[in-house]
Design a protein around this ligand. Structure first.
Ligand SMILES: Cc1cc2nc3c(=O)[nH]c(=O)nc-3n(C[C@H](O)[C@H](O)[C@H](O)COP(=O)(O)O)c2cc1C
Length: 392
């Protein structure tokens, strides 16, 4: 029998699914509800010193939707509106009622040693399991010299990690920004500063769109807008890439985040190097109840593969990543067209023709392949609306 239980240091997770720091973890009563519904843990909405101003814009969200489904989500939201004391009381309540759930305090403060250390010392005395340092919020905070303004500078990130580690009595995870040209540089800096683990990714800096009648960018806040943070299904490939690059840099625990919508996404993250995963946007748009099929699906998958726990799945795909120069380029794949499902619309023929190869042609109601011209790129199989073309 497989189990979903897993461990980071002495922190035991009953399942590897945590709520990421965001609106679903902004209130004590809602975290209470999420724990009752089966979430393994929660990273609290980022806590700051009480005197840090948090004025929200309205609206603060925008979305890329297609056929009624949200693929990409943008927010310009600030951090927690609860006071430090409200969090301390709330954490005590949550741990007393849910002793098996993991609670991670996400924190952020101005780049002042005393401010970071004061926050850490305050929460050392609470029953949290770990700290997550938010060095990666891409909006609002960088203007104050914090959030992503920290996480894009290896030296500042390393300094703060050192300050926190000096006083922390709990493991310290650093939450990384994808908005850097080289995530391994910042990873190495905080690893050298003795971080205990990495969380990746925070949101991807974005601009959702423009209303072409009024020329107002989205989200439209009384006629103007600002750059926001992109999340949801659309960012999964960026999150996977970042987690793999972090894994290439260190063996420390990784909390994988970004576009996880179901057990399958979570399994991909774990196979590429994550120890546990965090979920935000999918919970925001579909509710806490997604945890049930997530747990069931992952457990069934682990059992089908003969794995005992998520730890057995970890790094299984990571070890298959290599440099482009080391890819096996000897074998060529060719498109095989399923005559029964193919609509003979000819889109693949046109597309192939316009990419210079002209390997496909439509003859007598069939799509024919000229193997001498085909380069095996797979574009035809990707553009087919019927998925009638498979590469073999
Ligand atoms: C509305 C919203 C608010 C967020 N607030 C925070 C925050 O306070 N602290 C933080 O570290 N990350 C915050 N995030 C980022 C998420 O924790 C997560 O890293 C990101 O959304 C990617 O995961 P997802 O694709 O599952 O949403 C926020 C994300 C959203 C959408």
């Amino acid at each position: 029998m497989a189990t979903l239980k897993t461990k980071i240091y002495n922190i035991e997770f009953e399942n590897p699914f945590l709520l990421a720091s965001a609106p679903p973890t902004a209130r004590i009563d809602s975290i209470d509800k999420a724990f009752k519904m089966g979430w393994g843990g929660a990273v609290l909405k980022t806590i700051t010193p009480d005197n840090l101003e948090m004025i929200e814009a309205s609206p603060r969200y925008a979305a890329w939707k297609a056929n009624g489904k949200i693929y990409g989500f943008e927010n310009i939201e600030m951090l927690s509106h609860l006071t430090v004391q409200e969090w301390l009381d709330g954490i005590a309540y949550l741990k007393a009622n849910h002793p098996t759930k993991v609670i991670i305090a996400s924190i952020m403060a101005p780049v002042i040693k005393e401010e970071w250390q004061k926050l850490v010392k305050t929460f050392n005395n609470s029953p949290i399991d770990a700290f997550e340092l938010n060095f990666s919020c891409p909006h609002g905070m960088p203007e104050k010299g914090i959030g992503m303004a920290i996480g894009t500078h290896p030296e500042i990130s390393a300094n703060i990690t050192t300050w926190v580690k000096e006083v922390s009595e709990k493991p310290v995870f650093v939450k990384l920004s994808p908005n850097v040209s080289n995530i391994t540089e910042i990873t190495q800096a905080v690893v050298n500063a003795k971080a205990d683990g990495l969380s990746a990714i925070n949101t991807v800096q974005s601009l959702m769109g423009v209303d072409l009648d009024t020329f107002e960018p989205q989200p439209n806040v009384n006629g103007t807008s600002t750059f926001g943070g992109y999340s949801g299904i659309a960012v999964k490939p960026i999150g996977l890439r970042c987690v793999a690059q972090v894994r290439q840099t260190t063996d420390l625990p990784i909390l994988g985040i970004g576009g996880i919508a179901n057990w399958h996404d979570a399994a991909e993250y774990i196979s590429i190097g994550a120890d546990v995963v965090q979920v935000c946007t999918e919970v925001m748009v579909n509710g806490y109840s997604i945890i049930k099929p997530m747990c069931k699906g992952l457990l069934t998958y682990l059992e089908d593969k003969g794995f005992d726990s998520p730890a057995d799945l970890k790094n299984k795909a990571f070890i298959k990543l290599t440099a482009h120069k080391d890819l096996n380029k000897q074998r060529q794949y060719y498109p095989y067209i399923n005559d029964e499902t193919c609509l003979k619309c000819g889109k693949c023929v046109t597309i192939c023709d316009e990419q210079e190869h002209s390997a496909l042609s439509k003859e007598n109601g069939h799509i024919d392949l000229d193997k001498t011209k085909c380069i095996g790129c797979s574009l035809c199989s990707l553009v087919c609306s019927q998925s009638a073309i498979k590469m073999r």
